[in-house]
Design a protein around this ligand. Structure first.
Ligand code: SAH
Length: 377
């Protein structure tokens, strides 16, 4: 498939190709995706090319969707051919599932054959990409399909940025928002995630405030993220109104008490000036009663935050239930009456295996049966 070039300039004045931040972690190049103009310029100079080719390379990678140096028609033919094997760092689309609401779930195949999930979520005004930060996830949250599948490896900066470029090319439209809510725990892969955030901001042209990092919480890592002084939104997966309930669905909670997690969230707000969002997956009868809502409001009183309620998306491995729409609405209203800002996250693409990691899980099952799932590449 030939990707549609996305050539319109972003409206965000900060980007693309703003001067790279002084504290942007340096990248081993190649692969080339995720590299700044400065890094690409250094690299072309090392290859004996004039410095201005760095800027051309940057434009071809981030705006023209170049997948190989051979594609770059402004480069001298002989050099293009010599450089044909240099990895640009683009994945292959292995499978796509289009939901009725036009949400598209992709399975992307990486250079080593691993498969990850990426989702494109369009609305009239926005195109949001839900990216993965790891292949699988070691956190093993009980209601999460990715957690049930175990952990394989971290993604590189290139593999994270590639997901956004892929969705941008597929939709032929600029990506406005990125949420790190696909497979994996972003704070266990902090260097690559921070590098990807800087590249998405400076190279792809997405404002930092339109980027959200979602975490279940890893001791020490929220403060480490805060020290990078990014303007991204931090979303924390709370999912329970007290410590003992949280431990029943989130094994890692045992090593990170709610009091310490919330202290670190307060420090994040202090350090960055950004608000923290709390995610709360509603599991019928488990954490969605009036008592839970009252307890949650007590826990978050005085906190500059917003609660995002996510009605549970059923996965096959466990028998939690999704609460009714009325129950979710009542929970929301109760929080609001108690002074807590909240909203219900609209479920997108439910008919395309909406729950995180579910499409990949069902694909791997089918694959190991050696039946055929329509692949598109
Ligand atoms: N590791 C990150 C990103 C996970 S996915 C984190 O934990 O935040 C993004 C959100 O979806 C998390 O809040 C996660 O707990 C939630 N989630 C995972 N599986 C779900 C399911 N089956 N139904 C509803 N929400 C789910």
């Amino acid at each position: 498939m030939t990707p549609a070039p996305v050539s319109s300039r972003p409206s965000d004045p900060a980007a693309p190709a703003a001067a790279p931040s002084p504290n942007r972690p340096s990248l081993a190049v190649p692969p080339l995706v995720g590299a700044s103009i400065a890094e690409l310029t250094d690299w072309v100079k090392e290859q004996g090319q004039p410095a201005y080719r760095g800027k051309q390379l940057h434009q071809w990678i981030y705006q023209q969707g170049a997948r190989s140096l051979e594609d770059i028609s402004v480069f001298p033919k002989a050099w293009r051919q010599t450089m044909a094997a240099v990895p640009v760092g683009r994945s292959q689309i292995h499978y796509r599932a289009v939901a009725r609401d036009k949400t598209v779930k992709y399975l992307l195949k990486l250079a080593d054959g691993q498969i990850i999930e990426t989702v494109g979520i369009p609305t009239a005004k926005r195109l949001t990409v839900c990216v993965s930060s790891q292949v699988g996830c070691p956190m093993a949250c009980d209601f999460c399909a990715t957690g049930k599948g175990g952990f394989v490896r971290n993604l590189s900066r290139a593999e994270i940025v590639d997901q956004v470029l892929t969705v941008q090319e597929e939709f032929g439209r600029r990506v406005s928002n990125v949420v790190f809510m696909g497979m994996g725990e972003p704070l266990l892969n902090l260097d690559a995630v921070v590098g990807a955030v800087r590249s998405l901001n400076e190279d792809v042209g997405i404002g930092q405030r339109n980027l959200t990092i979602s975490t279940v919480g890893v001791p020490g890592r929220i403060r480490a993220l805060a020290a990078h002084q990014l303007q991204v939104t931090l979303a924390v997966s709370l999912h329970a109104s007290n410590q003992s309930l949280r431990e029943t669905t989130i094994p890692s909670a045992k090593h990170y008490p709610l009091t310490a997690l919330l202290d670190d969230c307060r420090a994040y707000v202090q350090e960055t000036g950004r608000r923290v969002t709390f995610e709360y997956t509603l599991l019928a009868q488990v954490n969605d009663t009036e008592t839970h809502a009252a307890e949650l409001a007590g826990l978050l009183r005085g906190f500059q935050s917003h609660v995002n309620l996510i009605p549970y998306n059923p996965i096959s491995e466990v028998d939690y239930r999704r609460p009714s729409g009325d129950r979710a609405q009542d929970f929301l209203e109760q929080l609001e009456e108690l002074g807590i800002a909240a909203s219900i996250r609209q479920t997108r693409g439910l008919d395309a295996d909406a729950a995180c990691g579910q499409l990949r899980a069902s694909h791997l099952e089918v694959d190991s049966d050696s039946s055929n799932l329509a692949a598109v590449d």
